[in-house]
Design a protein around this ligand. Structure first.
Ligand SMILES: *[C@@H]1O[C@H](CO)[C@@H](O)[C@H](O)[C@H]1NC(C)=O
Ligand SMILES: *[C@@H]1O[C@H](CO)[C@@H](O)[C@H](O)[C@H]1NC(C)=O
Ligand SMILES: *[C@@H]1O[C@H](CO)[C@@H](O)[C@H](O)[C@H]1NC(C)=O
Ligand SMILES: *[C@@H]1O[C@H](CO)[C@@H](O)[C@H](O)[C@H]1NC(C)=O
Ligand SMILES: *[C@@H]1O[C@H](CO)[C@@H](O)[C@H](O)[C@H]1NC(C)=O
Ligand SMILES: *[C@@H]1O[C@H](CO)[C@@H](O)[C@H](O)[C@H]1NC(C)=O
Ligand SMILES: *[C@@H]1O[C@H](CO)[C@@H](O)[C@H](O)[C@H]1NC(C)=O
Ligand SMILES: *[C@@H]1O[C@H](CO)[C@@H](O)[C@H](O)[C@H]1NC(C)=O
Ligand SMILES: *[C@@H]1O[C@H](CO)[C@@H](O)[C@H](O)[C@H]1NC(C)=O
Length: 425
């Protein structure tokens, strides 16, 4: 454990830092506060795998982080230290590309540089000079002015995770990472809306909290924010009243995290400075892995026994499936661009018992028409990828976004939607 500096020394450091930046000193992990005039790089802090600032209890570290130990992308990140869980990233769209390149803390904020000294990322300009960078025991990384007022904080800029004592306001969202080692924005979103929390992929909804078996709707009302704490996950009204809750076994610290595979998971820690989790299965949404948009790749069919292809489709070289007849499913990129919509389209049946995740939570595009009018609607719209028609309710569902995976239809519901994928011969 690093030794704690007495308060007077901290204040002195703050003053010195603000007045005359001290040269970089590598290696030693500071506790809670850092004064301007500080430089970090992965190389300078290689002994601590990039960690340069610890919260008072040691539960959280600010790190020049290279997920997956690759050497091309380094991020200013906050990690839950005992579990090595990354809970926040500053420069997800602009990683530092060299382990020797500098992250600077100055009176104007934090900035990251390219090896050749070009600034690739920085905090916004502030009216007041920065007096300190602080990492608290909740995992909130903040820039403070000389009166300790918060100029900027990581809790206001969530990436793919939400921590206990952090709030995700209605209208805000978590965006998944592209992969386990590339933290640029991926395709999945968790949005908090005025009524619910929803997971979407390419504009298609695949889960919503109010529909989850583990959730309880406490009262109607407008959602102001989402929060997680020792007893559960909550959507709360502006007055703090619970609108929707998911009760969870007691734990001191929780991390809600939207994975790069689209899964929303809650990690629980018995205490903030341990990696020990309480003995429970944990929360995962959607609970059915086949309800993930790309559970079996594009056009793949997810079944309880694993991935397969719909009857008239065969495994393609990339994870999913492709029509066996050699036709090409239209992709979103082949649409638009002011081109001719004259190439004749054909439809390939998915056969019976094949359902699509996006139809479970969205209302039909049109009701009351017949199957040919449903198909005509899809043919006339370039961005339509295919359609599902339910004969019993005369419901027409157009697939308006990129196509994901299919799943077995829930036979108990007596639904007989038939799906057709648009293609060009
Ligand atoms: C800095 O280096 C990067 C590659 O490391 C290069 O892409 C970029 O163009 C360089 N910028 C300048 C201003 O030289
Ligand atoms: C974040 O941290 C700053 C400084 O530690 C603190 O003033 C602020 O209240 C924290 N914000 C939240 C939402 O906890
Ligand atoms: C600023 O915060 C530090 C650490 O929490 C505290 O010790 C100090 O007294 C505060 N300074 C002012 C001017 O409030
Ligand atoms: C979720 O948020 C993103 C970013 O603001 C937005 O583009 C998208 O439309 C939102 N989706 C929903 C379902 O609210
Ligand atoms: C968690 O938040 C809910 C809703 O605000 C509250 O009722 C509950 O007491 C909180 N639990 C803890 C352990 O703070
Ligand atoms: C964890 O924190 C508690 C107090 O919150 C402390 O007693 C304990 O020593 C800490 N454990 C470690 C491993 O730092
Ligand atoms: C549209 O079709 C016409 C006639 O078939 C052809 O001459 C023209 O090049 C096409 N335009 C585009 C953008 O494909
Ligand atoms: C489908 O409905 C359209 C009008 O919406 C009608 O013209 C057409 O004849 C119907 N087709 C069948 C097969 O019933
Ligand atoms: C095609 O479908 C998209 C997505 O639903 C919609 O936004 C657009 O207005 C439709 N275009 C036409 C011409 O109907």
């Amino acid at each position: 454990m690093p030794t704690r500096l007495p308060l007077a020394a901290v204040l002195l450091l703050l003053l010195l830092g603000a007045a005359a930046p001290t040269p970089a000193r590598g290696g030693r992990v500071a506790t809670e506060l850092l004064a301007p005039g500080f430089t970090a790089s992965y190389l300078l802090f290689i002994d601590t795998y990039g960690a340069f600032l610890a919260s008072r209890s040691g539960a959280f570290h600010a790190v020049v982080y290279n997920p997956g130990q690759q050497q091309e992308r380094f991020y200013l990140a906050v990690l839950h230290a005992p579990s090595k869980t990354c809970v926040w990233v500053a420069n997800r769209a602009a990683p530092i590309t060299d382990r020797a390149a500098a992250l600077q803390l100055t009176a104007s904020g934090i900035s990251a540089e390219d090896p050749n000294g070009t600034t690739i990322w920085s905090t916004p300009p502030f009216g007041e000079p920065v007096a300190a960078l602080r990492l608290d025991d909740h995992g909130n990384l903040s820039l403070l002015d000389a009166r300790n007022a918060t100029l900027w904080q990581s809790f206001d800029r969530p990436t793919d995770s939400l921590l206990s004592s952090q709030r995700l306001p209605a209208g805000a969202f978590l965006a998944s990472a592209a992969s386990g080692s590339d933290f640029s924005e991926g395709a999945y979103r968790l949005n908090v809306t005025a009524a619910d929390a929803v997971l979407t992929w390419m504009g298609s909804m695949y889960w919503r909290l109010s529909n989850d078996a583990s959730s309880t709707v406490e009262r109607s009302g407008t959602v102001a924010y989402m929060a997680v704490n020792g007893t559960g996950l909550y959507l709360l009204a502006a007055d703090g009243g619970v609108v929707i809750r998911v009760s969870l076994p007691a734990a001191e610290l929780r991390v809600v995290r939207l994975g790069y595979d689209g899964k929303l998971q809650i990690q629980s820690f018995a205490s903030a400075n341990s990696s020990k989790s309480p003995m429970d299965g944990g929360f995962v949404a959607p609970s059915d892995a086949c309800a993930l948009p790309l559970s079996c790749g594009a056009l793949g069919l997810c079944t309880p026994k694993g991935c397969t292809c719909p009857p008239l489709f065969a495994a393609s070289h990339d994870a999913g499936c492709t029509p066996s007849d050699g036709s090409t499913p239209l992709s979103v990129s082949s649409c638009g661009g002011g081109g001719n919509n004259s190439s004749p389209v054909s439809y390939l049946s998915l056969g019976s018992g094949v359902a699509y995740f996006a139809n479970k939570l969205a209302p039909p595009t049109v009701s009351g028409g017949n199957v040919s009018s449903c198909q005509a609607l899809c043919t006339s719209n370039c961005s339509c990828r295919g359609y599902f028609y339910d004969d019993s309710s005369l419901s027409c569902y157009l697939v308006k976004h990129e196509l994901g995976s299919f799943m077995n239809a829930d036979s108990t519901k007596g639904s007989d939607k038939l799906g057709y994928i648009k293609g060009v011969a």
